[in-house]
Design a protein around this ligand. Sequence first.
Ligand code: S3P
Length: 438
Amino acid sequence: MKKTPLHGELAVPGDKSISHRSIMLGALAKGTTRVENFLQGADCLSTIDCFRAMGISIENHADQNQVLIHGRGLHGLTAPGSVLDCGNSGTTTRLISGILAAQPFASELTGDASIRKRPMGRIITPLTAMGADISSINGNGCAPLRIRGQRLTGIHYQSPVASAQVKSSVLLAGLYADGTTTVTEPYLSRNHTERMLEGFGAKMTCDGTSASLTPPKELFAQEFAVPGDISSAAYFITAAALIPGSELLIRNVGVNPTRDGILRVYRDMGADISLLNERTVSGEPVADLLIRGSLLHGTAIGGSVIPALIDELPIIAVATCFAEGETVISDATELKVKESNRIAVMTEGLSAMGADVTETEDGMIIRGGRPLKAAVIDSCLDHRIAMSFTIAGLLCGEMPDIRGGDCVRISYPSFYKDLQKIVSGNGMSDKIYFPTCF
Ligand code: S3P
């Protein structure tokens, strides 16, 4: 089937990881931090709710994506009156735990059914080594968690996983520790916490895969602009890169080298992606992306690039089904402990659509080039699964019946609206399934 090229331009919403951190550091800084282009995704709203429950006044001007956080300093949090609800957000749960470990009060954290299945042992272990009193209430290593604040000591933690959530949890606990806190990871994960801690006035030393924090006396309020989320841009980058004749401009995308793995891999596969107007905004590299459609070929994806594209692997898996030849994704076991088991769910869904995909111990093998067709897909309430299969539908010209598609509100509430904008005028609107809630 001849695909209709995509033309136009858009700006995706603010980065999820950076939006979370802006609330956390804004709450712990003295004075009012103003955040522009804040992501109004459900996960980031969970972070706002948790800090409001700990006495921080936060004004969310959602119509302008602007948030004002009236920070009360490092020691300004107050005991929450009830259990803190992190919703679907692993970042909220793990990062807040690091902060709570050092507060002069006890607290409990929980979340939705998915969060209550995700591994928290990875933060319980290092925080306990720092002197924290943190436990899994049901004894299964998952939330709900009970934390009784303690005096902490800095450690050098050799993390067995390349995880920014683990690294950030330990570094945030380190804000309160006696002495320096260092985290070394097997590969470098996203370094937004390190960059932002520096921006708020802390002293960070970063060397290779190690990050060290010297506890500051205080953090200082900032004016902050969140770059567009490359993980949200990924869906439109993929659609445009794979349809020959397309030319799409995505403005204001964060291109931090710890997050740009998708650009590197797509270029390896033959994609035509240019970075325009490269600049630094609030300590983060940002660019406008110009994507021109072409024919892509398979590749090998593994090793140190994995943390730099971990959230994009579902959509990259879709892309490789439309590329010529074989793609091997390896070293990606972390995908099994995301909002869903993304290796199993992608393999099942893509196979149902007719793709040639084999699940492996640590990834997938995809032989591209087979025609795909619509199928019933269970999103497992995982936002990245819902968006990936929507793009699979766009690329094969037949929209799958995606169950629970409104879960995109977790990271990209305007996803279907933006998609509609891009496809309208290309004669494809009638083929796109838009959940009624949008
Ligand atoms: C995130 C880190 C990643 C990523 C998640 C957000 C963060 O998780 O998958 O969506 O904001 O630190 P891990 O660090 O656990 O891999």
